[in-house]
Design a binder for this molecule. Structure first.
Ligand code: SF4
Length: 324
C-alpha cells in the first residue's frame, strides 16, 4: 500500500470485564490484535456473526471507545497523540450511524433542530442553516415539512434517514454505520442502502459498514473484512471474496445466504454448533471447534494472516489445500 490510508487500525485490543455470579470477574476478549485500513473514497464492510467484535471495532474507529492496546491512525497520525482541537475535528469528520437511530435522537427535539445541531455548532449563519437543512433533508428523501415533527412521529426507515441526515450535516469525511438496516423491513432496507450509496457519491464519503448481512455488503462495499471471535480471518475485494473465498468460516457465511448455497455439504456441516463464548476462546485456530476441516495443527497453532494476490488475505492453515 503506497498511499497513507485515511483511517487505519494497528493491532487493536479490547477486553471487557464481566462479573460472574460467584462475584469473580472474567475477561471477555472483544478484539485481539485487529489491524485494517480504510482508503479515501473506499467502502469497507465488516462482517461476522453477532459477538465477533464488529460493533466494538466500529466504536473504537469512531473514537467513541478507547482500545486497551494498539492504535487508530487518522491520515497516519495516532488519535492518542492528537491535540484537543484536532481530536474534536476528527470526531466531526467521522460520523457514526447506529442500528437504532431513535436512541441517538432527543425525543423532545424537533428533527429539524436535531439535524441542524452540527450546523449550529460549526457556527453557520441561521439563514444558511435553513437552506442547508432543506438540502440535506431532500438528499435523504425527507420532506421539508418533516423538520417540525418529533422523532416518535416517524417510522423506523424514516428515522434512519434522519440519522443519516444528522451525520451528513457535520460534513463528514468518514461515515461508520453499525448495522444500519438490520432492524428494518426488506423493502426499506433497499431504500436506505440506496441512500447510502447516493450519499457516498454526492458527498465524496469514505465508509465503513458493519453488518452480519454479507449480501448487503457485497452490494455496497469495495472490500470486506470477515471477523471471527475478535480476530480478522479473511479480507479481500468484495467480488473476489464471493468468487473464491479462502477461509472455511467465510465459505459457511456465504453458504448461509439464501440462494447461494452451492456446496454438496450441508449448511450445518459447514458451520457446526453456535459461536463459542468470547469468555473462553478456543486455543489454536479459534474456529477449529466448528470447522469440518480441522486437523491437529489447527488445535495447536494460531494461523497467521497470509497475503494472496489482489490484496486478499486469510488466516487458515489449510487455505492453499482447500481453495487452491
Ligand atoms: Fe479450519 Fe484449521 Fe483453517 Fe482453522 S486453520 S479454519 S480449523 S482448517
Amino acid at each position: 500500500m503506497s498511499e497513507t490510508p485515511l483511517l487505519s487500525a494497528v493491532a487493536l485490543q479490547k477486553t471487557f470485564t464481566v462479573s460472574a455470579q460467584s462475584r469473580s470477574t472474567r475477561l471477555l476478549v472483544a478484539l485481539d490484535h485487529v489491524s485494517l485500513h480504510l482508503s479515501s473514497g473506499e467502502t469497507l464492510g465488516i462482517a461476522g456473526e453477532s459477538g465477533c467484535g464488529k460493533s466494538t471495532l466500529a466504536k473504537i474507529m469512531a473514537a467513541l471507545l478507547t482500545p486497551d492496546g494498539g492504535s487508530v491512525l487518522y491520515k497516519g497520525a495516532p488519535l492518542g497523540q492528537l491535540g484537543e482541537n484536532e481530536r474534536k475535528a476528527f470526531r466531526r469528520k467521522t460520523q457514526m450511524i447506529f442500528q437504532d437511530p431513535f436512541s441517538s435522537l432527543n425525543p423532545r427535539m424537533r428533527i429539524g433542530d436535531s439535524i441542524s445541531e452540527p450546523l449550529k455548532i460549526a457556527g453557520m449563519p441561521v439563514p444558511l442553516q435553513r437552506a442547508e437543512l432543506t438540502r440535506i433533508m431532500a438528499a435523504v428523501g425527507l420532506q421539508s415539512g418533516d423538520a417540525d415533527r418529533f422523532p416518535d412521529e416517524f417510522s423506523g426507515g424514516q428515522r434512519q434517514r434522519i440519522g443519516i441526515a444528522r451525520a451528513l450535516a457535520a460534513s463528514p469525511e468518514i461515515l461508520i454505520a453499525d448495522e444500519p438496516v438490520s432492524s428494518l423491513d426488506i423493502s426499506i432496507q433497499a431504500q436506505i442502502i440506496n441512500i447510502l450509496l447516493q450519499m457516498k457519491r454526492d458527498f465524496a464519503l469514505s465508509m465503513m459498514i458493519v453488518s452480519h448481512n454479507l449480501l448487503i455488503l457485497r452490494h455496497i462495499c469495495d472490500r470486506i473484512i470477515i471477523m471471527y471471535l475478535g480476530v480478522v480471518v479473511e479480507c479481500g475485494p468484495a467480488s473476489e471474496l464471493f468468487r473464491r473465498c479462502r477461509h472455511p468460516y467465510t465459505e459457511a457465511l456465504i453458504a448461509a445466504i439464501p440462494g447461494l448455497h452451492v456446496s454438496s455439504v450441508s449448511r450445518s456441516e459447514l458451520l457446526r454448533d453456535d459461536l463459542p463464548s468470547a469468555l473462553s476462546i478456543p486455543p489454536g485456530c479459534r474456529f477449529h471447534p466448528r470447522c469440518r476441516h480441522a486437523v491437529d495443527l489447527c488445535r495447536r497453532e494460531v494461523p497467521g494472516l497470509v497475503e494472496y494476490a489482489g490484496g486478499h488475505t486469510a488466516a487458515c492453515h489449510l487455505s492453499d489445500r482447500l481453495y487452491g
